[in-house]
Design a protein around this ligand. Structure first.
Ligand code: MN
Ligand code: MN
Ligand code: MN
Length: 289
């Protein structure tokens, strides 16, 4: 009788893994090193820092991770377009010293800058002046993004909080949702593979798609060479988890999980805080563990 290797069982409170979070290299609050220390406090054993459209070697964060016995997985979160839907593709376990990385990061930085200028122009047409300069000031030395526009809109009194800023101006389908400058999703997947990583479709529930459309997105993502789906993104309902699980099985995508933590102040989900992952999933970290 042959013994089949069982799928990895992930129990609740099993190894604590968070494969999606942001440092202050993009729009997070903590430095990569602080993020690793914070992960240590949360009992996290495997952590991927996935800053928006950039990645670099993180010697200090790596040293902190080694000291805390945390496996630090190099990552990136790429903005891309699927038709007229802006999607995010995570690159996990990438090679942060790959020669292919520089041109990708440069290209995304240029797209981000152009997009920010366009968001500023669009908001100006709604009589919200100088938002580009305001967001730029919020960003400081970081790459400009929508969270910086959100903080500007709050501080200048246009909206009462960040949530409202997204709801009225910056979220999917709103005036500040400018996406024409990003690469196509297929290209983003190719980039991840060029830098030796695994491509994972991030937070599938955040695109406000119907189930039929999300199904098509997953089909196209697989077709493009995508490797995994972020089955669990922070706290989510068991219903959503079950649905994402079915999509993973249907399109033979590995499952990933992450909090999308941006920092203690601005995050809706704490680092490592997420819904349980179903036991029968094939997890993306099996690919490199
Ligand atoms: Mn972000
Ligand atoms: Mn994202
Ligand atoms: Mn993110």
């Amino acid at each position: 009788m042959s013994v089949q290797r069982p799928l990895i069982e992930v129990e609740e409170n099993a190894m604590k893994i968070d494969l999606h979070c942001h440092s202050n290299l993009s729009d997070g609050e903590l430095s990569p090193q602080q993020l690793v220390r914070y992960a240590g406090e949360q009992g996290i054993e495997m952590l991927a820092i996935t800053d928006h459209d950039l990645a670099e070697p993180l010697p200090e964060a790596n040293a902190a991770a080694d000291a805390l016995a945390i496996q630090l997985v190099p990552g990136i979160e790429l903005s891309a377009n699927w038709g007229n839907v802006a999607v995010h593709v995570l690159g996990l376990n990438i090679n942060p010293v790959s020669a292919a990385l520089g041109p990708i990061v440069e290209r995304q930085a240029a797209a981000r800058e152009q997009r920010a200028l366009e968001i500023g122009e669009r908001l100006a047409k709604l009589n919200i002046q100088d938002s580009y300069q305001g967001a730029k000031a919020q960003a400081g030395t970081s790459r400009i993004g929508r969270p910086h526009f959100a903080r500007f809109l709050v501080e200048s009194g246009v909206v009462k909080d960040v949530k409202t800023a997204y709801k009225k101006y910056l979220g999917a389908g709103k005036v500040g949702d400018v996406k024409t400058h990003w690469p196509a999703m297929e290209e983003a997947v190719q980039w991840v593979h060029q830098v030796e990583g695994y491509a994972v479709l991030a937070h599938p529930a955040k695109y406000n798609l119907t189930r039929r459309k999300l199904d098509r997105l997953c089909e196209d993502f697989k077709e493009a060479g995508g490797d995994g789906l972020e089955l669990v993104s922070g706290m989510q309902t068991a219903d959503i988890t079950a649905y994402h699980h079915r999509l993973c099985e249907k399109y033979e995508l590995y499952a990933s999980c992450g909090s999308d933590f941006h920092g203690p102040v601005s995050s809706w989900h704490d680092l490592g805080k997420m819904a349980p992952v179903p036991g029968a999933c094939r997890m993306i970290w099996e690919c490199w563990a």
